[in-house]
Ligand binder design. Structure first.
Ligand SMILES: [Zn+2]
Length: 81
């Protein structure tokens, strides 16, 4: 079975503070945004299902990165708008 996204969608504009963008299995995107590697004010937001980082809501990039990637690997919500 293919692990490619189920549908291809146009990539949204990239925000200025975008650090990493993961494509999800649903064909949406999880954006990691913030000041950068050495700041604890980074966060991730899923453009598919609306989920986002929590506990704490903002954190260092090395903590946010695997969480965002794991969400992208599991989320099957497609972009609606
Ligand atoms: Zn999601």
């Amino acid at each position: 079975m293919s692990t490619a996204p189920l549908a291809a969608f146009t990539e949204p504009d990239r925000p200025k503070n975008l650090l990493i963008r993961f494509i999800t299995v649903g064909g949406s995107y999880v954006d990691v945004t913030g000041p950068g590697e050495h700041s604890k004010e980074n966060r991730w937001d899923c453009r598919g299902c609306g989920d986002s980082s929590d506990r704490p809501e903002e954190d260092y990039l090395f903590r946010i990165r695997p969480d965002a990637n794991n969400h992208a690997a599991a989320c099957r919500a497609i972009p609606l708008g």
